[in-house]
Every structure is written in C-alpha cells, then in structure tokens.
Design a protein around this ligand. Structure first.
Ligand code: KG4
Ligand code: ZN
Length: 351
C-alpha cells in the first residue's frame, strides 16, 4: 500500500493532500486541503505571480500539516513526497517543490516531481478507476488541449490553443464586462439569464479539420459587441455572456466531435472514453454539450467532480502514487519548470 503526500502551488491555490493507492490500483483520498488565494488577487482581475508566491510561503506549512492531520498520518508513514514541479508560475512552483525536497531530505523519503498537466490527466483514474487508453480534453486557465493518454508518462497532444486558453478566454471576457475573477463561474452565472442568439459572435477555426483552438478573435468580437451597445445594462451583460458561452460551446463541441472521431478510427476495438479535466470542465453548458457529442459518438464521458477539476493536492498526490508504483522517482537536483509540455514526461527521469 502506498501513501503519498501531494503538494500543489503552481498557480493561485495552495494545496496539499494525502492519497492512498492500494495494491490493486484503487485510489483513496484521505485528505485534500485547498486554500484559494482569490481574495489576494481579486482587486487585480487576475493572478499576480509575486503575490501568489508570497502567499504560498505564508500558508503552505499549515496546509501540509492540515493534510497530514486530516489523513491521520505522520511524515514517517509516507511512502514518498510528490509536488508539482511545473508548468506554472515559477515563484509558486519553487515554493512547493523546495518544500517537498526539504521534507523528503529530512525524512529520507523518495521525491516525485509531478507535471501539473499529468496530474490533471490522471485524476479520473483516482476518481473512476479509468483504464488506458482515453482521450482527454484539458481545459483550464492555462491550457486547452486534446491529449491521447495511453499510459503514465505516455501522452500525445493532438491539438492545443494557438492563442488564449479557454479558461483564460472566460477570464478575459469577464474582465472586459466588469465581472469578477475568476471569470468562468461569473460568465456562466450571467449567461443563464441571457439570450445566446442576440450577438452573432465568430466561431474561429470551426470548419477546419485540425484539432487546435483559437479564442482571441472571439475576445475581440465580444469587445466590439459590448462597445456597440455601451453603456451596457444588466440585460446586455447577460446576453453578451450567453452569446460568448454559446460560441465557445459550439467550438468545443465541434472540436471534440472531430477528436472523438479520430480516436475511434485509430482505436477500432477499444471502448471510447472521453475525459474532460481542468477548471472549465465545471461549466454546465459545456458539460451538457459534451455529453451530447459523446453520446452521438457512442463514447463514455467521464468528468471528475468539480473540486478535483480545479487545482488541488489530491491530483498531485495521485500522479505521484502512479509514478511511485512504477518506480519513477526524481533526484533532488530536479528543477522547477515554468514551461513543461506534457509530452516531456518520460517515466524514468532520474534514478
Ligand atoms: O484548472 P484550474 O483550476 O487552474 C488552472 O490550472 O488553470 O482552472 C481555472 C480556470 C479559470 O480560468 C476559470 O475561469 C475557469 O477555469 N473556470 C470556468 C468555470 N469554473 C472555472 N470556466 C467556465 N465555467 C466555469 N464554471
Ligand atoms: Zn490546473
């Protein structure tokens, strides 16, 4: 039985969790403590890297202690310490990774440097015991990617965004309309009251076969639409949000249908599993549209619960547990990486 402490500090959540992995591969979350820094960044309409790093320094010790206490675990009981080593805001990543190194060194435990995207990618194996292979759509504040997941450390990116990430597009749309941060939940809330047909916003790349996204044109169109009715009323904001969310949903649906079709063609005798991960997976309109696309393709849609879609320590601990089971540890010389493509996560990095 494996017991892993996972530490996550790559963006604006200070998080730690203890996860158990049973011999049969089943996972169990013993504790999962997340402290969001929303209040620190609220006035700025986005995450301020320096403030984020400082807040991680202030809170991480307490969060780790809460995770250990919540799990009824002592440091000596742990099999290994896992921490996000990138990609992310480098100041924050350094705080978490250095803390993990210090604990591992002090208690003579193995260290596992986790790629944050791999943690998102493997979460459904913790929550739903999903087997390989599966197709994943990762849509977060920093990433929008279709990824073929064939095993731990075996990822192929089929398409990505050529400009903004989807969550980022939601955040920028919200900022433009004077709504709060993070923008996704705000836009979703306003969209519920709005008319999605009032503003005819573009669906960039919709007709192309490639699996890439582009959201910056949509952002510009939204700004022009908002300017055309300025000063905006509450009704205008609701309609703008609904129109934006409608355009985004169409784009994500069309791309997902194309990706699922490729997955089916390349894996003729495989159960088609479609996993949606990252903060935007919490959006109900997008979720409903993806359910329809998945049903039409005869595939199975799997979405982790919202608390495990947004950044958390359990996903990092679990990625650590999966790597631990395969003997993939890291040396103390492992570096924090602001950029770290998912495809650069081979199983054996250092002995
Ligand atoms: O995965 P995540 O917590 O952090 C990153 O790794 O980026 O994702 C955060 C992103 C933010 O951009 C936020 O606006 C978006 O996910 N988000 C949503 C919703 N909830 C969070 N976007 C659309 N609809 C939502 N309900
Ligand atoms: Zn994330």
């Amino acid at each position: 039985m494996t017991l892993i402490l996972g530490i996550e500090t790559s963006c604006d959540e200070t998080a730690a969790a203890v996860v158990r992995r049973h011999e049969d591969g089943r996972g169990e979350i013993l504790s999962n403590i997340v402290r969001s820094q929303l209040s620190e960044h609220a006035d700025f309409g986005g995450v301020v890297p320096e403030l984020a790093a400082r807040a991680h320094v202030v809170h991480l010790d307490r969060i780790i202690k809460a995770a250990l206490d919540g799990a009824g675990t002592k440091l000596d009981d742990l099999s290994a310490i896992a921490a996000t080593a990138g990609p992310g805001l480098i100041g924050g990543v350094l705080v978490g990774l250095t803390t993990a190194k210090a604990i591992a060194a002090a208690r003579a435990k193995p260290l596992i440097a986790v790629n944050h995207l791999e943690a998102h990618a493997l979460t459904v194996r913790l929550t739903h015991g999903v087997g390989f292979p599966y197709l994943m759509l990762l849509v977060s504040g920093g990433h929008s990617q279709f990824v073929l997941v064939e095993g731990v450390g075996r990822y192929t990116v089929w398409g990505t965004t050529i400009d903004d990430a989807l969550g980022e597009a939601f955040d920028k749309a919200a900022k433009l309309l004077g709504l709060g941060y993070p923008g996704g939940p705000e836009v979703e809330k306003w969209a519920q009251k709005g008319d999605s047909r009032r503003f005819d916003l573009p669906r960039p790349l919709l007709k192309e076969k490639r699996l890439d996204f582009s959201f910056s044109g949509l952002k510009t169109a939204l700004r022009l639409a908002a300017e055309s009715v300025a000063p905006v009323s509450d009704k205008d904001i609701a309609d703008l949000c609904a129109s934006f969310q409608g355009a985004v949903t169409d784009i994500v649906s069309a791309r997902s249908a194309a990706a699922l079709s490729r997955f089916a063609t390349e894996n003729p005798n495989t159960q088609l599993r479609f996993v949606v991960a990252g903060g935007v997976a919490a959006n109900r309109a997008i979720g409903a549209a993806l359910q329809a696309v998945t049903d039409a393709a005869g595939a199975e849609l799997i979405v982790p619960p919202p608390v495990l879609c947004t950044d958390n320590g359990a996903m990092v601990a679990w990625a650590g547990a999966e790597r631990y089971a395969l003997g993939a540890f890291d040396g103390f010389d492992v570096a924090a990486r602001p950029r770290w493509p998912l495809e650069e996560t081979p199983l054996m990095r250092t002995a």
